[in-house]
Ligand binder design. Sequence first.
Ligand code: UDP
Ligand code: MG
Length: 139
Amino acid sequence: MERTLSIIKPDGVSRGLIGEVIKRFEANDIKIIAMKMVHLTLDDARKFYAVHKERPFFASLTDFMTSGPIVPMILEGENVIEKNRTLMGATNYKEAAEGTIRRDFATDIEKNVVHGSDSHETAAVEIGFFFNQFEMNER
Ligand code: UDP
Ligand code: MG
């Protein structure tokens, strides 16, 4: 069974979309095995998005991700990394398929409601960034 990290970003939390996003995961046979609400510092956000540090949107993205609380979750299911990316839709909501979270709710290429790991390697690193062994509900 595969795992991935999902985050409801500050725009999703402040606009009251936590329930809507979770509903879509559960309706698609994705199990939420861990979840919390946290408010990142700028240092945390820079670490989390380090892969993008040379990109022109890095400063704005890290400001946005620290602008309010976020809801990181560990999702579990068959092929869940790709499945979550499909449910999220393309980074740019204008290019996202109909019925995806970003197409339905994003307001901007940056303010696109959700994050999802893009590979097995990033999923493992990103889950470890937010959750320790006591929070993984494995007992
Ligand atoms: N982003 C942005 N402008 C861009 C590309 C990305 O503001 O031109 C933001 C957006 O919030 C995106 C995040 O940076 O979700 C990470 O970018 P990535 O390319 O990893 O997209 P994702 O994996 O989230 O679809
Ligand atoms: Mg990405």
